[in-house]
Design a protein around this ligand. Sequence first.
Ligand code: NAI
Length: 304
Amino acid sequence: MITIIGAGKVGGSAALFTALKKLDDQILLLDIIDGLPQGEAMDINHMLSEQGIDVEVKGSNDYSEMKGSDIVVVVAGSGRKPGMTRMDLLKINTGIVKSVVEKIKMHANDSVIISVTNPLDPMTYICYKISGFEKNRVIGMGGMLDISRFIHFIHEATGYSRNSIKALVIGEHGENMLPLPRFSSVTGIPLTSLLPKEKLDEIVNSTKQVAAKVIALKGATIHAPGNGISTIIDSVVNDRKQVIPVTTYLNGEYGYSDVTIGVPAVVGRNGVEKIIELDLNEVEKDVFKKGIESVKNAISSIEI
Ligand code: NAI
């Protein structure tokens, strides 16, 4: 069973993609609002009937129903309002994520946690510390979403199929996000040889800023993160060993310890199975360091 805690906009979308991709027979949506997860589950089940897919989605307000879950997605909490940064959510969401992870410990102690609530990197740290799970069993979803945006802008600039584009974004899922043109390509052809520096800079900036634009226009980002969550679930349940940028706990990698941040990693049955260390140049290292400092500051300002 796959459990999604937080049946709001992103949780509902994640349930939809997970069901459509048939990643498990049973999906449980949990929320504190009476009726919301039940209604969302009904809506998705009706869509599944149209599709002829025999996946059962259930909605509940009872955390004990997550017992035996293989994966638990933590997407409960407030989202950004127009003009807010992800870090503005730190205080509000810390209490929510702490209480949710206590429930996971109680009812799904053998699961893999996929953390999504913002600010993503500090919330993933909370998931890791409060759960007491091995570090590989706590995966933060942020980089998947960031690369989807990077790919979109590369597609727009080149006109080439999204399918041919491989792009990488690491670092903080926030103000110090680090899109990496040097580690991105179109079917192996380095992006840096296809586009001039000014265009690359423009694409990098758009990738960093576009979430705020979507929030200003429609109030929230929903389907790209919903699908990003299902991609990580797929990699775990099907042991795909996909190389995905995920937020994970660093223990000396990239020269940092006791911090959670986005890095490329192999994701399979055991969660984060291997962190891949890149040979960053000085400019890239500097942005990555700023991200580390931002996440560390956030972590030190909350009680865990
Ligand atoms: P939303 O407000 O639509 O849904 C959040 C849901 O969490 C609500 O239904 C609320 O009742 C529920 N909730 C609150 N406390 C709870 C608890 N203790 N137990 C169970 N459910 C609880 O918000 P939305 O748009 O779905 O966003 C959710 C979170 O995901 C936000 O923090 C947002 O910033 C984050 N997010 C993260 C992304 C990423 O890439 N990591 C991308 C997009 C959103």
